[in-house]
Design a protein around this ligand. Structure first.
Ligand SMILES: [Zn+2]
Length: 676
C-alpha cells in the first residue's frame, strides 16, 4: 500500500493530490518523515569533511523537506477542513514534532559545526543572502543557550521551566477571576439601552445558572456590549471595576507576584544570554532592533497624537454633559458615549454598503490591482485537485506568461474550518542550485455564502480583510529568494504586516472601487460620498485609540526594557508608565498588568509596539504611491522588488531601497487626520 504523502506528487505543478490523501495516511507519513529528517541531521553531524556553508548550513536548510511538506498539508487541513480524526492525529503528532525540533536545536555536535562555519564567516566569501542564512542558523542555537557552559545551561533550563509554570499560573488566575464574577439583574429597567440580542444572551446566561432575570459576565461577548449600550451608569461602573480588578484582589488569584517574578526571570534569562534586558533580546530579531528605537518611536507618536486623544475625550465629555449632565467623564463612560456620538454623527449601515461588494467582483478587483501593479495574471484552473468544492485554484503567471505560483482561495465558513481569515502555503519558494521551486499559496476566510437568489455580498471590513490576506499572498507568490526559510513571508515579525496592510489602502481609492464596487442589481458604482463616510467612520476616535495603543506599548516596554528589580509596587509602577498617556482620571484599585495576557501569557512581550509600527510602514509606503500615482509603474516595480526579496535582506535596508529613506511617522499621522 503506497502512502501518497510520501510519493513524489505526479500532478500539475506537483500540487497536492488531495483526492488521494486519506486521514490514515498522516500518522505513518509523519513517523517516516521524522525518521528521515533525523537521518539527514545525523548525516550532517557525521560528515568527516571540515564544516563549510554547503555541507552544514545549506544541508541543514534543505533537511526535513519531506517532513515540512507533510506538516504543511496536515496543519492546513487541521485549520480549514478538520474533523475528530484529524484533531486526534494533531494531538498525537504535536509532541513528536516538538521533540524532534528540540533534539535538533539542542544537538551539540550540530551546533559545533554551525559555529565553526559562523566563526570564519568573513573568510568564506559568502554572498549577502548566504550570510543572512548563516546568521539565522547560528542564532537559532545561540539564542537558545547553545554557547553557555553546562552550569549556565542548567540555569537556563531552570528559568525556562519556572517561566513556563508562571505563565500557566498567570493565565489560570486571570481566567478564574473572569469566571468568578457575574452580575444578575432582575429589574428590567436596568437593561435600558441594551440591544435585543444582548438581552437574550443575558437571559440564557441566567437560565444556565438557575437564576431569575438576566446575567452578565466578564467574558468579552457579554461585558463589551454592556459597557457600550447600558444606560445605567452605576452598573457600568460596577462591571468596569470588576473587570479591571481581575487578578488584583486580595485572594489566591492575585497575579502581582507572578508578573514581578516573570519580569525578573526574563531579565535574568536575557543577562545569561548576554543581553541587557529582555527587550534587547527580543528586539535583536526585529526590524526595530533596539529598545531605544521602540521607545523613541512610541514617544514621538504620543507627542503627535496626545492632543487628539484629549480632543476625542472632550467631544464625549461635552456630549455627556449636554444630554446627561455629567461633569466628569470616567473610564466606564467611554464606550457608551463613544457609541452614542458615533450613531449620531457617523451612522453607517452595512446594508447600505453590502450590495456594492459582490465577492466574485471584489476578488476580480484584487486580481486587477495586482495585474496593474506587478504585471501578474490569474488563470482559473479546473484540473487541479482541491480539498473542498468551495475552493478555487488559480495559476498565477508573470508578465512574460511564465508560471509564478498556484493560488488557492477558500472563502466560505463550514464545520471543520476555524474562524477568522488567514494566508498560508502548501509549499514555499526556493531556488537552490538552479532548481527553482515556485510556491503554492492559499487564503482562507469566513465570508457570507451566496444563497439561491443573492450572491455572496461582503461587508466593507470583509473587503479590507480580503485585500489584507491577498497582500500576504502576494508576498508569498512573488517570492524570489534562494532559501525557503528567508523567502516570501518568512520575514521579521514587525515587518510581516507591511504587504497586507499596504494592500488594504487600495479599498478606499475611487480608481480601484470603480473596478469592482458595483451594485449587484443596478450595476451602479459605489457613490463617492458613501466611501467618504466609511473613511470618516474609520477615523472616528482615532486619537483616543492611538493613545490607548501607545499606552499598552509603553507599559510593555516598562516591564521588559527596564530593570524590573527596582519595582516595589506593581500598582505604582504601572501608574508611572501610564502617566504620559492618561486621557481619563486613573481609577484606584484597578490594574492592567496583572491581566495583560498578550505580554505575560503570550508571544507579544516587547512586541506590542509592532501594531503601530506596521501601520507606520504601510501608511508611509502607500503615501509614496499616492504622491506618484497609485499605479505608478516605477514605484510599483520597487515595491515588487521588496516583496520578491522576502527575508533575504535586512528589512530596514530593504525598505530604504524601496522608499529612498527610512519610514517616517508623518504619513500615518496624516491618514489619522492629526495633520493636514
Ligand atoms: Zn496579517
Amino acid at each position: 500500500m503506497e502512502n501518497p504523502l510520501l510519493q513524489k506528487f505526479d500532478t500539475p505543478f506537483e500540487s497536492v493530490p488531495f483526492s488521494q490523501i486519506k486521514n490514515e495516511h498522516y500518522l505513518p507519513a509523519f513517523q517516516i518523515a521524522i525518521e528521515n529528517a533525523k537521518q539527514e541531521i545525523d548525516a550532517i553531524c557525521q560528515n568527516s569533511e571540515t564544516p563549510n556553508f554547503e555541507n552544514t548550513i545549506l544541508a541543514l536548510e534543505t533537511s526535513g523537506e519531506q517532513l515540512s511538506r507533510v506538516s504543511s498539508i496536515f496543519f492546513n487541513m487541521n485549520s480549514a477542513e478538520t474533523n475528530d480524526e484529524i484533531q486526534k492525529i494533531a494531538q498525537e503528532v504535536s509532541p513528536m514534532l516538538s521533540e524532534f525540533s528540540n533534539d535538533v536545536r539542542l544537538n551539540p555536535v550540530l551546533f559545533q559545526r554551525v559555529k565553526a562555519v559562523y566563526d570564519q564567516k568573513d573568510k568564506l566569501n559568502l554572498n549577502a543572502e548566504q550570510l543572512r542564512l548563516l546568521d539565522k542558523s547560528y542564532k537559532n542555537f545561540s539564542r537558545n543557550g547553545a554557547n553557555l557552559s553546562e552550569e549556565k545551561k542548567e540555569k537556563l533550563r531552570a528559568i525556562d521551566k519556572e517561566l513556563a509554570g508562571l505563565s500557566v499560573q498567570f493565565g489560570q488566575n486571570a481566567l478564574a477571576e473572569t469566571n468568578a464574577y457575574s452580575k444578575n439583574i432582575t429589574n428590567k429597567s436596568d437593561l435600558r439601552g441594551l440591544p435585543d440580542y444582548v438581552i437574550a444572551e443575558a437571559k440564557s446566561q441566567a437560565e444556565k445558572r438557575n437564576q431569575q432575570g438576566w446575567t452578565f459576565t466578564l467574558q468579552i461577548p457579554s461585558y463589551l456590549p454592556f459597557m457600550t449600550y447600558a444606560e445605567n451608569r452605576d452598573l457600568r461602573k460596577e462591571l468596569y471595576m470588576a473587570y479591571s480588578k481581575k487578578a488584583f484582589q486580595d485572594n489566591e488569584y492575585n497575579n502581582e507576584k507572578n508578573v514581578m517574578r516573570i519580569a525578573e526571570l526574563r531579565l535574568e534569562r536575557a543577562n545569561l544570554l548576554g543581553y541587557n534586558t529582555h527587550a534587547d533580546f527580543v528586539l535583536e530579531e526585529r526590524m526595530a532592533k533596539t529598545p531605544e528605537t521602540v521607545k523613541d518611536f512610541l514617544d514621538d507618536l504620543l507627542k503627535k497624537s496626545k492632543s487628539f486623544g484629549l480632543k476625542d475625550v472632550q467631544l464625549l465629555q461635552d456630549y455627556a454633559q449636554s444630554i446627561d449632565g455629567i461633569s466628569q467623564l470616567e473610564r466606564w463612560d467611554h464606550a457608551y458615549y463613544a457609541e452614542k456620538v458615533k450613531q449620531e454623527k457617523f451612522s453607517l449601515s452595512e446594508d447600505e454598503l453590502k450590495p456594492y461588494f459582490q465577492l466574485d467582483k471584489v476578488v476580480g478587483g484584487a486580481f486587477q490591482v495586482a495585474e496593474k501593479l506587478f504585471g501578474i495574471q490569474f488563470k482559473l484552473r479546473n484540473d487541479i485537485d482541491k480539498y473542498h468544492e468551495d475552493v478555487n485554484v488559480y495559476e498565477v503567471l508573470d508578465e512574460k506568461g511564465n508560471h509564478l505560483a498556484l493560488f488557492y482561495t477558500d472563502f466560505f465558513p463550514r464545520e471543520g474550518k476555524r474562524s477568522g481569515a488567514w494566508m498560508t502555503d502548501f509549499r514555499g519558494q526556493s531556488n537552490i542550485n538552479g532548481k527553482m521551486q515556485r510556491p503554492h499559496i492559499s487564503i482562507v476566510c469566513n465570508f457570507t455564502k451566496p444563497t439561491a437568489d443573492t450572491p455572496s455580498l461582503l461587508t466593507f471590513s470583509e473587503v479590507t480583510t480580503l485585500f489584507h490576506e491577498f497582500g500576504h499572498a502576494l508576498h508569498g507568490m512573488l517570492a524570489n529568494s534562494t532559501y525557503e526559510s528567508l523567502s516570501g513571508t518568512n520575514v521579521l515579525y514587525d515587518f510581516v504586516e507591511l504587504p497586507s496592510q499596504f494592500m488594504e489602502n487600495f479599498c478606499y481609492e475611487p480608481e480601484v472601487l470603480e473596478i469592482f464596487a458595483q451594485h449587484y442589481k443596478t450595476g451602479e458604482t459605489i457613490p463617492q460620498e458613501l466611501i467618504q463616510k466609511v473613511r470618516n467612520a474609520s477615523n472616528y476616535m482615532e486619537g483616543y485609540q492611538t493613545v490607548r495603543q501607545l499606552s499598552f506599548g509603553l507599559l510593555d516596554m516598562a516591564w521588559h526594557g527596564e530593570n524590573p528589580l527596582k519595582i516595589n509596587s506593581v500598582e505604582t509602577y504601572e501608574n508611572q508608565a501610564f502617566e504620559p498617556t492618561n486621557v481619563y482620571p486613573s481609577v484606584i484599585g484597578t490594574n492592567m498588568s496583572v491581566s495583560f495576557s498578550h505580554i505575560f501569557n503570550g508571544g507579544y512581550s516587547s512586541g506590542y509596539y509592532s501594531y503601530k509600527w506596521s501601520e507606520v510602514l504601510d501608511a508611509d509606503a502607500f503615501s509614496y504611491f499616492k504622491e506618484n500615482g497609485i499605479f505608478n509603474p516605477e514605484v510599483a516595480k520597487k515595491f515588487k522588488t521588496l516583496l520578491e526579496k522576502g527575508g533575504s535582506v535586512d528589512p530596514m535596508d530593504l525598505y530604504v531601497e524601496f522608499r529612498g529613506q527610512k519610514p517616517s511617522n508623518d504619513a500615518l499621522m496624516k491618514r489619522a487626520g492629526f495633520v493636514d
